[in-house]
Design a protein around this ligand. Structure first.
Ligand code: GDP
Ligand code: MG
Length: 437
């Protein structure tokens, strides 16, 4: 699915650690391929990656500390924008508010009618009425009654009447005189678009003038969903889209394309067969879902780690040649501090940023050590063995630390150098641990 494809796309970052212009382009090419595979229209996918690339260049992504994370954020923000930006509610202003369902057979209209009625009843305190306007199949009327029973919502039907417009108008009259404040009209669908069906729903639409006309679409139908959406929108100028069957291994492509092609908001999603499986559509959550944010972030983190391993190898060489000094030590501390920008990292984990907002994360653990090293001369830093009592006293004074602290740092440094030389093993992580201890 799309998430896996994008994971693969970001995998490219892994081997490089540092992001170059070349692998930004490569990554975005993979992103585009992933979107195409998920049935996103070619032009939309192309425009999308061009936009992200322009923004990446505009924001100088390559010169920032964590280019990978910034690129991920850009892709996510742009996807969110592509799917409509903000969540959009439904209009319930009429007396009663009339909602008309449209869409192909099997898209999930009847199921969603039930879900929406249940949602409005339990979450919004409404008194909805379900109306059976699928007059061609007796089983369809039955199905809506079963759904209504399940959720305790009344269903209006006229099994003998073959005029959908009349049934819908009668139902609204019935709602007015019986205190229902929302009327949800479930209609017939065909397996493919045909004129008869389009005419019928257009006639119902013209007669009842709904506050909300919703287009229901099976999100597993991919590129076809876009064509169907366009055909229905041309006739009905609908107000919003319902994406059903977003449970399981479903492509996210439809969500991205439909919004771009018909420019109508996606309002709800269906995520299962049960009546509770309905959710308001949040573009940013959908973008996170498509990108599988957690995985992407861990990939970027690993890329960062790899970079440090390379550094560590350089340092090992210095150790072997007895060239490791306090300047290298200082560089290591900077590196740890750079990586250990915990607040930033935590903030990118969906949900965790807010929870940890008030937790104090110490970032000046090395302050004293740095002060002492800064008070050394370059010669002292590269050749710590020359540090006698006189020099140590001067350093302690200069850094405002006690002479014992200077001695302690020298002792630690000495032990560390010896151990590192002994180990000659994989450097980075172990070395950092030692320094931390
Ligand atoms: P209609 O012909 O447009 O009225 O479609 P239905 O409401 O009868 O749904 C067709 C099939 O899709 C039924 O078997 C539903 O149970 C199933 N269905 C509808 N919505 C969802 C959903 O969000 N997830 C899953 N997994 N199945 C759904
Ligand atoms: Mg139906």
């Amino acid at each position: 699915n799309l998430s896996e494809k994008l994971d693969k796309a970001f995998h490219i970052l892994k081997g490089h650690g540092k992001i170059t212009e070349v692998n930004v382009a490569e990554t975005l090419k993979e992103v585009r391929r992933a979107l195409l595979d998920a049935d996103v229209n070619f032009k939309i996918a192309k425009d999308f990656t061009t936009k992200v690339k322009d923004k990446a260049i505009g924001q100088n992504v390559l010169t920032t500390l964590q280019p990978g994370q910034l690129l991920v954020k850009l892709v996510k923000d742009e996807l969110t924008e592509l799917m409509g930006g903000e969540a959009t509610g439904i209009n319930l202003s009429g007396h009663p508010a009339v909602i008309l369902m449209s869409g192909l057979q099997g898209s999930g209209k009847t199921t969603f009618s039930g879900k929406l009625a249940n949602y409005l009843k339990t979450k919004k305190g409404k008194k909805p009425l379900l109306v059976a306007c699928d007059i061609y199949r007796p089983a369809a009327i039955n199905q809506l009654h079963v759904v209504g029973n399940q959720i305790g919502v009344d269903v209006y039907s006229e099994p003998e009447n073959k005029n959908a417009v009349q049934i819908a108008l009668n139902a609204i009259q019935h709602a007015k005189s019986n205190g229902f404040n929302v009327v949800i009209v479930d209609t017939a669908g065909r397996l493919a678009i045909d004129e008869e069906m389009m005419n019928e729903i257009a006639n119902v639409h013209a007669a009842i003038k709904p506050q909300e006309t919703l287009f229901v679409v099976d999100s597993m139908t991919g590129q076809d969903a876009v064509n169907t959406a366009k055909a229905f929108n041309d006739r009905l100028n609908f107000d919003g889209v319902i994406l059903t069957k977003l449970d399981g291994d479903t492509r996210g492509g439809a969500a991205i394309s439909i919004k771009s092609v018909v420019d109508k908001p996606i309002k709800f999603i269906g995520t299962g067969e049960k009546m509770e499986a309905i959710d308001v559509f949040y573009p940013s959550r959908m973008a996170e879902r498509i990108l599988g944010m957690g995985d992407v972030i861990s990939l970027v983190e690993r890329a960062q780690e790899q970079y440090n391993e390379e550094e560590a190898r350089k340092i090992q060489k210095k150790i072997a040649k007895n060239e490791f000094g306090f300047d290298d030590f200082l560089a290591q501390i900077q590196q740890i501090k750079k990586m250990g920008n915990m607040k930033d990292l935590v903030g990118m984990i969906p949900g965790a940023g807010k929870a940890l907002k008030d937790v104090e994360i110490e970032d000046d653990a090395f302050k004293h050590v740095e002060a002492i090293i800064h008070s050394m001369t370059p010669k002292e830093r590269s050749k710590p063995s020359i540090l006698d009592m006189k020099r140590k006293t001067r350093i302690a004074k200069g850094s405002g630390r006690k002479i014992e602290e200077v001695n302690q740092l020298l002792k630690q440094f000495d032990q560390m150098s010896k151990m590192m030389k002994m180990m000659q093993g994989p450097g980075g992580k172990n070395m950092m641990k030692m320094m931390g201890g």
